[in-house]
Design a protein around this ligand. Structure first.
Ligand code: N01
Length: 528
């Protein structure tokens, strides 16, 4: 019998193993893939890279690690992130407690024994006092149920389940469906290789330049001179990163147009998410948001030479409402003679044929299909497991109306189960590595406290849970987030309940709340 069974060997599972093992707990990680790395193992499409600067999208728990690891670029590419995960696994001797190629298919809570019984696809079984789900909120690829998809004669790729051998697009006529973060990264690269590329866009994306390049040695040295201080300052930021830049002291509408544009231009030149942090009210005031959105539309019109194509690329929803894309030459790609943009917002994809697809009654021909159609976010990874809590309650039934949770970590009726960076937490709006470290540290303390108190189980009360979900939705109502169809709302998956899932209140307030709950003897939880 284990103290803790951890599902997933991505950034979450690796740190959970290190931390909980260092507390003297017996812990084991089960990982479906043949490698550690999680997201960075699966998402290996051309151009895949992180959208938060690597000096911030990295572990802070070990000073020697953060001092010694050198990122080669501002925004690390997928292979470098995978090397980093592998280095962490070796450096902290994690591999001896990781079982690869082991997909967890069931986890049942045994009430009499107060234990979780876990089973894998190859028929093995484990029992553990606690389960940490470290399977990532974006790990279940969404393949739309396009009629005729199976009849397509050429290769079909999904951005989140990319083959491990190189794909040669040379001389191919390629179609990409989707224009989210994954598509925005892969489109410019495929366009350079393919004979033709047709992009099928349902919703235009806001993309800001990454200005990626080699990591500036002077900046790296400056941050490393006080890395702990840098991390602490980041933890006080709403997003948990970006502390080197402060927002303008005035709200957007109190600043005159030339000054406002100068601020936006400055942030555009810096690149990445910094644009959304230029003013404090971009994500909370629709009028302020529209000024930022229009600034980006102006950039699109200035980059894309064909005015009709530029207009089709201009998003109409609030900026930041869907996760902002961070790009390298995305809009410029539409100036290429071999690239065509097809708007499917009014005429959805009707069906796939052996040689293409039909939309708006028109046949589009291609021989290679790339689906960059995203994920069944937050709930998909858990609901596909036979996960049952007290009284055999299945997580699919529990979450039928939306993902009930408390503190973005726990679920009533599922004792001793912790869901890392899950719905109800700020993970989607922060650097996920910071969010992971925060959750794992909280779980470590919680288990220590339970053991010291002699409690066998912990789970939230139903009241605490419903109040938390209400709070998450009330906070979202004060922002621009409910005003578009995003994966935050489950709106990208047909039939999924439209509930705002992540917590938009900012990391510092969330971390304070989690700390207060612990200080108050785990207020809102029931211990037995
Ligand atoms: O997925 P998405 P993603 N017909 O859901 C379209 C992280 N990430 O993989 O917007 C036609 O954003 C869909 O259209 P619409 C990051 O958090 C990070 O790109 O729903 N189109 C959309 O355009 C990101 O937010 C990085 O109308 C259909 C696209 O497919 C999250 O992962 C890189 C369709 C899906 O976009 C998800 O990003 C990659 C249909 N039936 C991902 N169904 C970094 O940069 C869906 N679409 C670190």
């Amino acid at each position: 019998m284990l103290d803790v069974l951890i599902v997933g060997a991505g950034f979450g599972g690796l740190y959970a193993l290190h931390k909980l093992r260092s507390q003297g707990l017996s812990a084991l990680v089960l990982e479906a893939a043949p490698s550690v790395g999680g997201t960075w193992w699966a998402n290996r499409y051309p151009g895949a890279r992180v959208d938060i600067q690597s000096l911030e999208y990295s572990y802070s728990f070990s000073e020697p690690l953060q001092q010694q690891w050198h990122w080669s670029e501002r925004y690390a590419s997928q292979p470098e992130l995978l090397r980093y995960a592998s280095h962490v696994a070796d450096r902290f001797e994690l591999r001896r407690d990781i079982r690869l190629n082991t997909r967890v298919t069931k986890a049942h809570f045994d009430e009499a024994a107060a234990l979780w019984r876990i089973g894998s696809d190859d028929g093995r079984h484990w029992s553990a006092r606690f389960v940490v789900m470290a399977i990532g909120p974006l790990s279940t690829p969404n393949t739309p149920a396009f009629e005729g998809l199976e009849s397509f004669a050429g290769p079909v790729f999904h951005s989140a389940a990319w083959p491990h051998e190189p794909v040669d697009f040379g001389g191919r006529d390629v179609a990409v469906v989707g224009t989210g973060s994954s598509a925005v990264q892969l489109i410019p690269i495929i366009a350079e290789q393919a004979r033709t590329l047709t992009v099928f866009q349902r919703t235009a994306a806001y993309a800001v330049p990454a200005h990626n390049g080699p990591l500036d040695a002077e900046r790296e040295a400056r941050i490393k001179a006080d890395y702990a201080g840098f991390r602490a300052r980041n933890r006080r930021m709403r997003a948990g990163f970006g502390s080197e830049l402060s927002p303008h002291p005035k709200p957007t509408l109190e600043v005159n147009a030339p000054e406002r544009d100068a601020v936006f231009e400055q942030r555009w030149a810096i690149g990445g998410f910094s644009l959304l942090g230029a003013f404090v009210d971009t994500l909370t005031d629709m009028r302020a948001n529209e000024l930022c959105a229009e600034f980006v539309r102006g950039k699109i019109r200035s980059i894309v030479r064909d005015p009709a194509v530029a207009e089709r690329l201009c998003p109409t929803h609030p900026i930041g409402c869907k996760r902002l894309c961070v790009d390298s030459g995305y809009y410029e790609t539409y100036n290429r003679a071999n690239v065509t943009l097809v708007d499917v917002s009014e005429h959805p994809i009707e069906h796939i044929t052996p040689g293409g697809l039909v939309t708006g009654g028109r046949d589009h021909r291609f021989d290679t299909l790339v689906l960059a159609t995203g994920f069944d976010a937050f709930t998909g990874p858990l609901t596909r497991i036979d996960l049952r809590g007290r009284d055999g309650l299945h997580i699919r039934d529990k979450w039928r109306g939306g993902p009930l949770n408390y503190l973005g970590l726990t679920v009533a009726g599922f004792p001793n189960l912790f869901n890392l960076v899950g719905p109800g937490s700020t993970s989607a709006f922060t650097s996920v590595v910071l969010a992971i470290e925060h959750h794992v540290d909280w779980i470590g303390e919680c288990i220590q406290w339970l053991d010291a108190q002699g409690h066998r189980t912990i789970e939230p009360s139903s009241e605490a849970e419903s109040q938390w979900v209400q709070r998450v939705n009330q906070i979202a109502e004060q922002t621009v987030y409910p005003h578009c169809n995003s994966w935050y709302l489950g709106a990208n998956i047909p039939g999924k309940p439209r509930i705002f899932m992540p917590l938009a209140g900012g990391f510092p307030a969330y971390a304070d709340r989690c700390a207060a709950v612990a200080r108050e003897g785990y207020a809102g939880f029931v211990m037995r």
